[in-house]
Structures are given as structure tokens and as C-alpha cells.
Design a protein around this ligand. Structure first.
Ligand code: CDM
Ligand code: ATP
Length: 282
């Protein structure tokens, strides 16, 4: 029986985010294309003889203990399984927080998966996804991986047959954005039904042609720096640049690793207070 596991919890970007409508419970029906990228929090989950769940992180703006979504994931699995072991979770945070990169949701999914393995609970991926969606709409995607079309509130997932692998430059201007605030302030103005999206993307041009994010209409007017970052990434050679999720992180797509790294370095030098990194899609 294993005593502990250490796992990587990746970030995501939304290549496409259409808001289809508002539901009676206040959540929104979406249609998204989601992509995991190789920027990861590191999570160690250990058994402990001391009963209870303890979560430590130590990063700014991330709660320790019960408020952490990783704590909620551990509690959900302990309650369901009746396991009476103590659990310690330590998160080394590398994904910017409240950034549109899904860091909390990914930590949550990783704890669900990791604890299922560590305690040999034998729960199926589908069952973990059902538990996960009650903790956060993006959680099922991180259990499903690594590129997917997402519908419903984000929990109805279909794999995408072909999608080019790319270098992604992530730029975050270090202003936290509340996802709940963005959805609350969204004006649903679309009158036409949504056009069908392709089922696969054979080249980068086909992928760039579908990039779009309805939440930009809320976040960019409130944080104009996001629009400036999009322009900056394009001027540094990105094939396309767009805000991820509810923002404020912007991603630029590059075919060549060297160009992606040069763009991230240039932005890091220009704006030392920002987060700028080049990573591969997973
Ligand atoms: C913006 C995205 O990251 C795109 O992938 C997600 O839609 C947000 O996913 P998330 O952060 O896991 O969402 P949750 O933690 O479940 O909800 C955060 C807030 O976003 C709003 N929310 C979220 C998902 C959704 N489909 N509709 C919503 O209106 C909810 O009102 C909630 O107040
Ligand atoms: N493990 C965690 N990691 C990050 N934030 C957490 C965690 N647990 C709780 N939180 C809280 O959740 C809030 C949003 O976190 P997160 O970084 O997941 O947002 P996000 O990247 O904007 O997510 P999304 O793309 O799903 O909107 C933060 O304000 C933070 O205090």
C-alpha cells in the first residue's frame, strides 16, 4: 500500500468559449474547446495517522484548509468511501491564481484522482467526474484530459480527434479576476443560433479560425491591459492571441518553440511584474 503520491496538475486554456444561455440556477450553458498545457501545480497527497484532512499551500491568495478546493475534493472522497485515514495535501503553486487558467479546478481533479489511487477506492473516471462537477464546473475536464469539446456547464465532454500541438505563451498582468463577477456581468446579446464547429483541426490555421471567447466582452473593458497584451503577442509573432476563460491571462499560439520562448522572454523583460512563460500543449 502506497504512503504518498506526487502528481502534476496542469493549467488549461480555452481555445473557444461560447456562452449559449443562462440557466435558472444562475450557471451558464457553454460550448468550449479546451486544451491542457504544460504549466503545472505539484501536489503531494499522503496518508497520516492523525485523523482529518490538512491542506497546505503557502501561496498568496490561496486559502489553506477547508476553503481550499483540494480540501473539498479530499473530504468528498473520504465521506463517500468511509475511509478513516488522515490525509495531508501539499500544493506547490505554479499556476497563477484567479487567472482563467483553471488552477484550482485542476488541483481539485488531481486530488480526486490521486486519492482514488492512493486509497485504492476503484471509482471510475465517470464517477470522479460526477463528484468533481459539484465542486467546480471545470473539474471534469481535468479528469478527462487533454483536449476536449465541453458543453453543458463544462461537464459534457467529447474528445477532439485531431488538433495541432503548439507552443503557448501565457501572459498574466497580475490582476486577479473573479469568474463569478465575469459571468454576472455578461450581457447575452447573440440573436443568431451558433454556427457548427469543426470536429477536428488539421492545421494551425483551422484552429486559429475558431478562436473566440464571449467573456472577453466583460473582462477586457474592465481591464484594458488584456487587449494590449493581445496586440503585444501578435506583434511578437503569435499566430493568434486570446484571453483564456474569464481572464485576465492571455495566450498566444506559436508553431516554433524558439519564437515562443523569445516572446515570453521579451515580455518578461519589458514587464518584470507580469507572469510570462512559454509552454507546450499536452
Ligand atoms: C471560465 C471557465 O474557466 C471556462 O473554462 C469556467 O466556465 C469556470 O469554471 P469554474 O471556475 O470551475 O466554475 P465554478 O467554480 O463552478 O463557478 C464559478 C462561478 O462561475 C459561474 N459559472 C461557472 C461555470 C458556468 N458554466 N457558468 C457560470 O455561470 C458560476 O456562477 C460561479 O459563480
Ligand atoms: N487549490 C487552489 N488553487 C487556487 N485557488 C484556489 C484553490 N482553492 C481555492 N482557491 C480559490 O479559488 C479562487 C479562484 O481560483 P483559480 O485559480 O482556480 O481561478 P481561475 O484560474 O480563474 O479558474 P477558472 O479558469 O476556472 O475560472 C481563488 O480566489 C482562490 O482563493
Amino acid at each position: 500500500m502506497l504512503h504518498s503520491v506526487t502528481l502534476q496538475a496542469p493549467a488549461k486554456v480555452n481555445y473557444r468559449l461560447d456562452v449559449v444561455g443562462r440557466r435558472p440556477d444562475g450557471y451558464h450553458d457553454l460550448r468550449m474547446i479546451m486544451q491542457q498545457v504544460n504549466l503545472c501545480d505539484e501536489i503531494t497527497i499522503s496518508r497520516s495517522v492523525t485523523p482529518g484532512i490538512r491542506v497546505s499551500c503557502g501561496a498568496a491568495h490561496v486559502p489553506d484548509g477547508e476553503e481550499n478546493i483540494a480540501w473539498k475534493a479530499a473530504r468528498a472522497l473520504l465521506e463517500l468511501s468511509g475511509a478513516d485515514t488522515g490525509i495531508e495535501v501539499h500544493i506547490t503553486k505554479r499556476i497563477p491564481v484567479a487567472a482563467g487558467l483553471g488552477g484550482g479546478s485542476s488541483d481539485c481533479a488531481t486530488v480526486l484522482q490521486g486519492l482514488n489511487d492512493l486509497l485504492e477506492l476503484g471509482l471510475s473516471r465517470e464517477r470522479l467526474m460526477e463528484i468533481g462537477v459539484r465542486l467546480g464546473a471545470d473539474v471534469p475536464f481535468f479528469l478527462f484530459g487533454t483536449t476536449a469539446r465541453a458543453e453543458g456547464i463544462g461537464e459534457l465532454l467529447t474528445p477532439l480527434a485531431a488538433i495541432p500541438s503548439l507552443w503557448v505563451v501565457l501572459v498574466n498582468p497580475n490582476v486577479p479576476v473573479s469568474t463569478a463577477w465575469v459571468y454576472r456581468n455578461l450581457q447575452l446579446t447573440r440573436k443568431e443560433p451558433l454556427a457548427k464547429l469543426p470536429d477536428s483541426f488539421d492545421d494551425v490555421a483551422a484552429l486559429c479560425a475558431v478562436l473566440s471567447n464571449d467573456l472577453e466582452s466583460v473582462t477586457i473593458p474592465a481591464f484594458p491591459v488584456i487587449g494590449e497584451i493581445k496586440e503585444l503577442l501578435r506583434s511578437l509573432g503569435a499566430a493568434a492571441a486570446m484571453m483564456s476563460g474569464s481572464g485576465p491571462t492571455v495566450f498566444g499560439l506559436f508553431v516554433e518553440e524558439a519564437a515562443a520562448r523569445a516572446a515570453a522572454d521579451a515580455i518578461g523583460h519589458q514587464q518584470p511584474g507580469w507572469f510570462a512563460v512559454a509552454v507546450e500543449t499536452l
